[in-house]
Ligand binder design. Structure first.
Ligand code: TXA
Ligand code: MG
Length: 350
């Protein structure tokens, strides 16, 4: 398949990139699959009301069919054709965080493609805060089902180049709007339970949610590596976000990191280091491929650079990657969730 690439103005797409948006939206209306930027990561969009369109998403990504998709809207009115009996907690969360990196799991209405929900009776919905995503939803007039625009199992794409690496020739088009902002996927909250429950940590933190709706639970499966706990968000059970070389999470001081690196090098390994600029500056080691992911002064920079860092190792010859770890508060909860998945929960502790 020939994949069209459009460079689109991020700030005012309808003013400066109208023909490109019209063409991309036209393909979406023809039930084709198009990748586009959101404020979290790039999404792989298709008409959420068409079985045929939605199935193309699963095929392009190689996504397991039991993993449901998020539907993206640009106006609250679109909810009426998608969900029923929206609970009070969900209304409060929409008011506080939409448009933004928050996905709400709600009771679904008939008419949504059964493939979107993978047969569940709930639907995940989000209103993205990105002018290009919103323009495509508005011009196509469609709710867009969109998972992250990566091959299943790979880190989510935060640039159009990442999407190209994974999906060129597999999809109809890619709208290039530059790098995304948050860098990690949206927080997924199940609002169908008595107390709202975080199924996937993300851009909106537990602390922020609790300021709006009081107590918020966290799916116990997020703390467990055992198969015992079946996650309520089907996508959370798969190995994810992983580069080719194995990743180990190194917990301890910078000197412990240095010791760990040197130990592996003595055994003949080509070592990659994923760490903040502060930690990299403290490590004295030669022949190491160090990739910086932001600064300790602002963990939002780590979130936004994490996937690009993980992917960058694929262009190197490292055969093992050591990563710094982060406190699990605020956005750190989402960062550690993704790192643990990339590492398959492998820790080296001081
Ligand atoms: O930031 C994001 O959320 C990005 C951008 C493109 O919007 N999208 C994204 O989609 O990360 P995806 O498909 O990679 O992740 C969707 C997650 C999966 O873990 C899936 O299992 C979960 O949401 N999910 C979808 N529908 C669900 C439902 N009805 N109940 C529980 N979990 C659901
Ligand atoms: Mg994904």
């Amino acid at each position: 398949m020939n994949t069209k690439l459009w460079a689109v103005d991020k700030e005012e797409p309808l003013k400066h990139s109208y023909p490109q948006i019209m063409e991309a939206a036209g393909l979406l209306k023809e039930n084709e699959v198009v990748a586009f930027p959101t404020e979290t990561v790039y999404g792989l969009g298709a008409n959420a009301l068409s079985d045929q369109a939605v199935l193309k998403i699963f095929e392009a990504k190689g996504r397991p069919s039991d993993n449901p998709l998020i539907v993206h809207i640009s106006k609250l009115e679109q909810l009426t054709e998608l969900v029923d009996n929206v609970p009070e907690s969900a209304h409060k969360l929409m008011e506080a965080f939409w448009p933004g990196p928050l996905t709400l799991v709600l009771p679904k209405k008939e008419g949504v493609s059964q493939y979107v929900t993978a047969g569940l009776d709930t639907l995940a919905v989000r209103m993205p805060d990105h002018p290009i995503a919103r323009a495509l939803i508005e011009i196509s007039g469609l709710p867009l089902a969109a998972p992250s625009a990566n091959l299943s199992g790979k880190p989510s794409p935060t640039t159009a180049k990442h999407v190209e690496e994974d999906l060129i020739h597999r999809i109809a088009g890619i709208v290039d709007g530059g790098a995304t902002g948050v860098g990690l996927e949206s927080t997924v909250v199940d609002c169908t339970a008595e107390t709202p429950m975080i199924l996937r940590p993300g851009g909106v933190t537990k602390e922020e949610l609790e300021k709006v709706v009081g107590n918020v639970d966290v799916d116990p499966a997020l703390f467990s590596q055992e198969e015992l706990h079946k996650p309520k968000s089907p996508g959370m059970k798969y190995t994810h976000y992983a580069p080719i070389a194995p990743v180990y999470l190194v917990e301890g001081s910078a000197s412990f990191m240095e010791q760990t690196i040197k130990g592996a090098q003595l055994k003949g390994h080509k070592v990659g280091l994923l760490a903040t600029e502060e930690t990299i500056a403290q490590i004295q080691a030669t022949e190491i491929t160090a990739i910086s992911c932001g600064t300790k002064n602002d963990f939002a920079t780590v979130a936004s650079q994490l996937y690009d860092g993980l992917r960058a190792f694929n262009a190197t010859d490292v055969d093992v990657i050591f990563s710094e770890t982060f406190p699990r508060t605020g956005v750190g909860a989402a960062i550690m969730n993704r790192l643990e998945k990339a590492a398959g929960h492998k820790f080296i502790k001081e």
